[in-house]
Ligand binder design. Structure first.
Ligand code: ATP
Ligand code: MG
Length: 243
């Protein structure tokens, strides 16, 4: 896997429970240093897409690669390249931020080097006064910062996020966007699943619209030119009506 072109790649991926396919020859490619937002209505197959990248769902056809590693051939090696932040971050409530990160790094067999956790917590801008407070008292935005700090400390090349901005207030959302841009500048690929069209248009480099397990439209922001949100909205509304 010498410098694979794509951080994430789904090629002709089909997943079916019973008869009808949930993912239907899905094709997605995300480059290192790219932020990709996958939009789609309820049941479109967004979580299933994440699960195939994570190796939790086995496609009946097609190939999934993470940094060039075939997920079906070597799921552990593929997963080692990924950090996954679910919608409701599952960390230990009775541990503080520092302890949580240390615990999960040790669990992964990669104990932290001195200062690595502090660097990661600073990078996500978690207020220092909170570092030694138990997560039980944290807001959703703060928990998400800890989960992303863990991803930073692991130095993984790919970050997967499920509905990252749902339940965040505008300030937390904008801090979150800034954080994704920091990750992008480091060359991390970010793949996020979301219902938030405006948020996606603000932060993403590329947006894909998923409908019944297929990408029905994909568009990219070129340089300083951002997305035409009204056009995106029409497409989004269109795909949702069709779903
Ligand atoms: N384990 C499973 N067994 C059977 N059907 C499943 C399973 N997991 C998902 N599905 C079906 O696959 C389809 C896509 O589900 P998925 O969870 O990927 O959608 P989603 O886009 O994430 O939706 P949401 O916006 O509600 O989170 C749905 O019709 C769902 O009922
Ligand atoms: Mg889902």
């Amino acid at each position: 896997m010498n410098h694979p072109t794509f951080a994430l790649e789904a090629a002709g991926v089909t997943v079916a429970y019973r008869s009808s396919p949930v993912l239907d020859e899905l094709r997605i490619r995300v480059r290192p240093g790219e932020i990709y937002a996958l939009l789609g209505g309820n049941g479109a197959g967004k979580s299933t897409t994440l699960n195939t990248f994570l190796g939790f769902t086995r496609p009946s056809a097609g190939t999934v690669r993470v940094c060039g590693i075939d997920v079906a051939a070597d799921p552990r090696a593929a997963r080692a390249q990924l950090a996954y932040v679910p919608e409701n971050v599952a960390l230990y409530e009775h541990l503080d931020a520092h302890e949580n990160i240390e615990y999960f790094l040790r669990l992964a067999g990669t104990p932290p080097t001195p200062g690595a956790i502090e660097t990661a917590l600073d990078a996500v801008r978690l207020e220092r006064a909170a570092w030694r407070r138990r997560l039980g008292g944290y807001s959703k935005g703060m928990r998400q910062k800890v989960a992303i700090a863990l991803a930073l400390a692991r130095a993984v090349p790919v970050l997967l996020l499920d509905e990252p901005t749902s339940g965040l207030d505008p300030q937390a959302s904008s801090e979150f966007n800034a954080l994704l841009h920091t990750l992008r500048a480091r060359g991390t690929a970010v793949f996020m699943v979301t219902h938030d069209l405006l948020g996606a248009a603000e932060v993403a480099d590329r947006i894909g619209f998923l409908e019944r397990g297929r990408i029905v439209h994909e568009c990219a922001a070129h340089g300083a030119e951002r997305f035409d949100v009204r056009d995106l909205y029409r497409r989004y509304a269109g795909t949702r009506e069709a779903a």
